[in-house]
Design a protein around this ligand. Structure first.
Ligand SMILES: [Zn+2]
Length: 416
């Protein structure tokens, strides 16, 4: 049995001596996975992608993942809610009663979109970057953790760690049908196929310099104003729902949320994203509705948010409103001083020369689903956050190699 220090020295030496070979492996695996057009869109848009029989078709990438795991003798499980949309989880370390660190990356991608300088599905290298749809989001990071797992096996470290490192290639991250059915992380958690203690989600960008420890909750709320239609020439005979809504919008703009400031997420936010009403200039509108996008912080509940909006409605004289909560997910935040964050910070400082900073996000990653299920999960990984979902998506090769090394160092710290 080696000590943690010995294990980490072994990893660092291995990377130093084999850097070129590791680079090549990550590049070739990313290139191969990008060729597979695992585009995930909502069912309604599927006809726009004639090469797709079903959403995502993640099995195409899963075949590559399974081949690589097999080649290295890494045991894996496959779980699918639907044929063609599998989730593959490779496990290193034999001790089932130790801690488990999950590294999930997703196999689906968003459509290529317009404006590319080259074929989005043929990766090319330029200035130490890999360019192509999915190189960053999320196939490059997936290749990085897979190669990390293979190296762990090659170094014999899987026999040394006391817990388990779980490398997960998941389906269904990029789009959600209106039925809300999830084929990826949600499915795995619901069916209890995974039960990690810690998770690192390499899907946020930030060049590995930021650790996502908290995410706001998101709710979409529709408010409808009910008036009474009448002829435009006799507005006094009707009740103008748009005027009514305008008064409510004024109240909402002035509303201040009741909340406690969160150390990382700070304050909640509200956006009035859509406002509709009226059919023609000569009709008094009988109905008007708005959509609000509200991002909440821990402590704000659905009941409290709706009560505040109701109070705004009540202030409008002769108002007649209906509030509908179209979707709701809770905010989450973990203590930035926990052992997972510390392990990432300390290893980064030692190896990469910088210490990533905990921060909070307004959007949502897998970390939310996991944290809300009591897993200590953070977002952390390579890449530029502005390169997600845009043309000429790119990722730094050096960062992918560094991330593989960091995966192993953090795993050794957490699982020893
Ligand atoms: Zn992603």
């Amino acid at each position: 049995m080696s000590s943690i220090t010995e294990r980490k020295a072994l990893i660092r030496n291995y990377f130093k001596e084999n850097k070129n070979q590791i680079r090549k492996r990550i590049i070739s695996l990313t290139t191969e996975m990008v060729k597979e057009k695992t585009v995930n869109v909502v069912s309604e848009k599927l006809p726009e992608f004639p090469y797709l029989k079903i959403r995502g078709e993640e099995y195409r990438v899963a075949e590559i993942v399974k081949r690589e795991l097999d080649k290295s003798g890494i045991p894996f499980n496959e779980f699918s809610r639907m044929k063609g949309r599998p989730n593959v989880i490779g496990t290193l370390g034999k001790n089932k009663s130790g801690k488990r660190l999950l590294m999930p990356a997703h196999m689906d991608i968003v459509p290529a979109g317009e404006g590319w300088d080259s074929d989005p599905f043929e990766v090319y290298e330029k200035d130490d970057m890999l360019i192509g749809r999915g190189t960053l989001d999320n196939k490059g990071p997936l290749a990085s953790i897979l190669v990390a797992g293979q190296l762990m096996k090659e170094m014999g470290l899987d026999d040394e760690i006391e817990g388990q490192l779980q490398l997960a290639a998941l389906s269904d991250e990029e789009a959600e049908d209106p039925d809300g059915i999830d084929y990826g992380i949600g499915f795995l958690m619901e069916e209890k196929h995974i039960n990690p203690n810690y998770a690192i989600i390499p899907d946020i960008g930030g060049f590995m310099k930021e650790i996502d420890v908290a995410e706001k909750g998101r709710t979409v709320i529709k408010i409808t104003a009910f008036g009474k239609q009448a002829h435009g020439s006799t507005p006094e005979k009707g009740i103008n729902a748009v005027f009514m809504m305008a008064r409510l919008v004024n109240e909402i703009e002035q509303m201040e949320f009741e909340y406690e400031e969160h150390p990382v997420l700070k304050a909640p936010s509200l956006n009035l994203g859509e406002m509709h009403g009226g059919a023609a200039p000569n009709i008094v509108p009988g109905k008007s509705y708005i959509y609000l996008d509200i991002r909440t912080v821990p402590g704000q509940t659905k009941e409290k948010v709706i009560a505040q909006l109701q109070a705004c409605c009540d202030k409008v004289e002769n108002g007649n409103f209906e509030i509908d909560c179209m979707s709701w997910n809770d905010p989450h935040g973990i203590d930035p001083d926990n052992v997972l964050v510390k392990a990432i910070q300390e290893n980064s400082k030692e190896v990469l020369g910088f210490e990533p900073v905990p921060f909070g996000m307004g959007g949502g990653t897998y970390a939310k689903t996991l944290n809300l299920n009591n897993v200590i999960a953070v977002g952390w990984g390579p890449g530029d956050e502005d390169a997600f979902h845009v043309e000429n998506e790119y990722v730094s090769i050096k960062e992918l190699v560094d991330f593989a090394e960091m995966t192993l160092l953090v795993a050794v710290d957490l699982l020893s």
